[in-house]
Write a protein that binds this ligand. Sequence first.
Ligand code: ZN
Ligand code: ZN
Length: 159
Amino acid sequence: MKALVYHGPGIRSYDEKPMPVLKDSTDAIVRVTKTTICGTDLHIMKGDVSTVTDGRILGHEGVGIIEQIGGNVSNFQIGDHVLISCISSCGRCTNCKKGMYSHCENGGGWILGNLIDGTQAEYVRIPFADNSLHAIPAEADVESIGCGQEIWCDAGDPQ
Ligand SMILES: [Zn+2]
Ligand SMILES: [Zn+2]
């Protein structure tokens, strides 16, 4: 598949990468139909985000269609049209239960396009899919919600 890949400060390229695969039973694989960049990506490209390393697929915004689900995903089915949250959430830890998803204690938080490969690709693996995807109502205007999950960025970006 094609993906936008970070290769160090100021260096990115549109590369051929392996298709993502399910790793955990709570994962989903989403075919990305729309994605975008965000101010955080600009910080990454300047080299300001040390957790993003050479080879990482960028991006933490997107909408798409679910292509595969793990055996413990119960809220979604293959073919569902979903919004990908920029913040992944296990939904079970103390912080997630308090709504502080960016402080997930089980490996969630801002991981897409940071600690794991992100959404600026044809396909993306979404951990904790039940709590990290949102169903898009049939009547929704996808053009207006494609970048609708800027909660962390608005609250957390350095100025
Ligand atoms: Zn963002
Ligand atoms: Zn959590």
